[in-house]
Design a protein around this ligand. Sequence first.
Ligand SMILES: [Zn+2]
Length: 206
Amino acid sequence: MLSMVVNGSEKDHNHSKHGSSEKKVKHSAHEHGVAEMNLALLGREVQIEISTPSFNLLGFEHEPNTADQKATLSRAEKAMKAPSTLFTFEGAKCAVEHVSIKSPFEQEGHGDEHKHEDEHKHKENKKAAHAHKSEDNKAEADESSHSEYMLIYHFECESSEENLKINASGLFSNFPNFSTIRTQWLSDKKQGSAKLTSKNSQLSIK
Ligand SMILES: [Zn+2]
């Protein structure tokens, strides 16, 4: 399992070494404007994981150099850490339980603010677990002109709701570089997928 993860991680980041055939085997292609979101509704807990090119959040993917870029990074990470402005819930009252931001950059205030994310790993599908690992290797971001963020949000809802609606319009308005978020969701009973855009930013779980 571990070696598979390592290989996957290299594939995701070594854009220059391989031709276009690489895309077929990747779990998620690195495509600017596009992000992958995995959402799990487990009892009263909603877990959202977004794997995205840094471009969608920052407008660039390299280590920030200029004062402007550093300010952009700081503004963007502040927004990433405020999920209540990124997502709204309909059908249940849900409060942020924790936030984890996996940045490709070394910096002060690294966003991994909570430690118990591993407890939830067994509930994730394999794809999500792979994506997790690929973000952990920061050294690779320096070798490539591309980089990615992983954003993990846990919400705790007041009741377990069968017909929950989650709207990501705040995410699109805060970060207009997002054009499409390919979403896979699963609940205790069902699963599905959706393509969210700024014009169609609501995910219905039912
Ligand atoms: Zn890129």
